[in-house]
Design a protein around this ligand. Structure first.
Ligand SMILES: [Fe+2]
Length: 232
């Protein structure tokens, strides 16, 4: 892990731990809240399956550590949030909200991300998705260029997105900061997301986010993206 990334992660972890302590002090150990726990989904392929485009080292850290941490924190925060609700403690609810959103968004975004990648991916989509891409961007290559440029434009940590606007009936490319959920922020239905947090590429590509983005197109699971598109 690069120092900068570790520093960044530590910041929110420490904030989270401080937050947990302050909320624990604010909220008495109320009756344990029973709530369904979130779980880390299995990857649909081995950690080394996306090499050379995404290394096994990146994949096991990204899935087995980063995503696992979101799930662990989310379960802990949700339990404390439910306690705060039961106690009617609005201050504690407010204090917990940012960490709750971050970890929930991280869990949802990554759960989708793994399925949008495949060792048999790459190439171009087919059928109705390809027709929609050509209609809304002019060509597949233009869509790729716009998605790549949007992902490059993310300041700090975040995601580049291809989404669908149900009101206009059109595909749209945009970005979200940190782990914000695309639908919550823009109303778009998420079809394909590029995780451009440093933890997604730094250990393999150093500072070159552009090389990572060039490579990730080789492992995009267009069948999965098409399934998503067909559902919306
Ligand atoms: Fe990530």
């Amino acid at each position: 892990m690069k120092p900068q990334e570790e520093k960044g992660r530590c910041c929110w972890m420490i904030v989270g731990q401080t937050l947990m302590r302050s909320v624990s002090q604010a909220v008495r150990p109320a009756a344990a809240a029973s709530r369904q726990k979130h779980t880390l989904p299995d990857l649909p392929y081995d950690y080394d399956a996306l090499e050379p485009h995404i290394s096994a080292d990146i994949m096991w850290r990204h899935h087995g550590k980063h995503h696992a941490e979101y799930v662990k924190n989310l379960n802990m925060i949700q339990e404390q949030y439910l306690e705060a609700l039961q106690m009617g403690d609005k201050t504690a609810q407010q204090v917990l909200k940012p960490a709750r959103l971050l970890n929930y968004g991280g869990h949802i975004n990554h759960s989708m991300f793994w399925n949008n990648l495949s060792p048999n991916g790459g190439g171009e989509p087919k059928g109705v998705l390809m027709n929609a891409i050509k209609r809304d961007f002019g060509s597949f290559e233009t869509m790729k260029q716009e998605m790549s440029a949007a992902s490059m434009s993310v300041q700090g940590s975040g995601w580049g997105w291809l989404g669908f606007n149900k009101v206009t009936g059109k595909l749209k490319i945009t970005t979200c900061a940190n782990e914000a959920l695309l639908h919550n922020v823009t109303g778009l239905k998420p079809l394909l997301g590029f995780d451009v947090w440093e933890h997604a590429y730094h250990r393999q590509y150093d500072n070159s986010r552009s090389d990572y983005i060039k490579s990730i197109w080789n492992v995009i699971n267009w069948d999965e993206v098409s399934k998503r598109f067909n559902k919306v």
